[in-house]
Design a protein around this ligand. Sequence first.
Ligand SMILES: CC(=O)/C=C/C=C(C)/C=C/C1=C(C)CCCC1(C)C
Ligand SMILES: CC(/C=C/C=O)=C\C=C\C=O
Ligand SMILES: [Fe+2]
Length: 465
Amino acid sequence: MLQYNTDGTYLRNGPGLWDLGDYGFRHLFDGYATLVRVSFRDGHAVGAHRQIESEAYKAARRHGKVCYREFSEVPKPDSFKSFVGQLASLLSGNSLTDNSNTGVVRLGDGRVLCLTETVKGSIVVDPDTLDTVSKFEYEDKLGGLIHSAHPIVTDTEFWTLIPDLIRPGYVVARMDAGSNERQFVGRVDCRGGPAPGWVHSFPVTENYVVVPEMPLRYCAANLLRAEPTPLYKFQWHLESGSYMHVMCKASGKIVASVEVPPFVTFHFINAYEEKDEEGRVTAIIADCCEHNADTSILDNLRLHNLRAFTGEDVLTDARVGRFRIPLDGSPFGELEAALDPEEHGRGMDMCSINPAHLGKEYRYAYACGARRPCNFPNTLTKIDLVEKTAKNWYEEGAVPSEPYFVARPGALEEDDGVAISMVSAKDGSGYALVLDAKTFKEIARAKFPYGLPYGLHCCWVPRDK
Ligand SMILES: CC(=O)/C=C/C=C(C)/C=C/C1=C(C)CCCC1(C)C
Ligand SMILES: CC(/C=C/C=O)=C\C=C\C=O
Ligand SMILES: [Fe+2]
């Protein structure tokens, strides 16, 4: 019996199936999407999991091989077209995967959407049955084949970033809850490099959208390569510079564009507006899980590395990278660690916050951290950005996924709620873990009758909605 008094459904998406007959995928991000559900009701938890029935997954099952371009894999020679044919199917988007294995969000109108970096990989699911309901069709003329895997979703709207690989830049778009039509808000032109930087995620404040331009940039040549490169579809362009752009949500105008130290991040944590005594906005503060400008984290996520822990400490260091983007016209922004990374074992990724603080000043972030030696984040950490300390949860041999914060209904304090994570235990079994977000102590765990693959991002569907 699970003593937990908030009723609702926790959903987690992630790559979960990496094998097709004898063939095994090589990178974590290639796996076909597995949705996990844990429904909490009257102190009990009921779990389930299911594959998302994307075209890419169904074709792979039908033919026993990869049929679409995944994160690192491309269809093998026997189904290969000529170079021109490949280029055409890449440009049209036909050959891209719709394997929506990254995020899951509950839109303001109640629809639950699974996402990845391809626009066609936006798939509506039923949170109760985990049925694949339909493709989410964007009913607008914005186009774009890829977008940020992490839109910003609130009860009323949806913000997304669409990288433009032809004319290097990004389109910022928003969509009202209940609509399928994105509206163009503005455009950012890249300041460096041959292509836009990878935008797995981006942050917003109450009035601004922050567009990051990392030196890890999309690479047209690598998109066409048959075999994965160490940086997959990307290339590191240190010489191109790193930038942060700030766009006004209301006007679409760029209010700041600053050069910042080089950085590598998948996940922004949050951002907010810094104000002076008169209430004027002087700067934007944006926090992310930052990998010390080291791209090797991407290759470390190869399954071979993840499955072969030798006792060596091979997880590269990460920190809470805090950007300060001045709005006074200065050309440079700052990037520093928000707290001593030793507080969380120099591991930092897969973060969540209290959504009531989205875009606003906030104090707490929840993430996966590290207890070394390790080859992958193996702790859950609660970061206090004011005290600059962390509380850590650890169980020997366990691999926990993103600690997802769910507020207690009626909560007033920022950390009044729970952090939910799915844990793979040392013996291969799996359980849902519920931590008190305040104390970061275990409240409950619900064992699954079987082990579950590692998974990525989550959402919460309250029972009454
Ligand atoms: C699982 C995760 O976090 C990221 C998944 C990323 C994917 C599936 C990216 C796919 C892509 C292509 C299939 C071609 C175009 C480039 C890129 C967006 C990397
Ligand atoms: C698993 C991961 C990124 C997932 C993208 O959605 C990053 C892990 C980083 C390790 O520190
Ligand atoms: Fe992500």
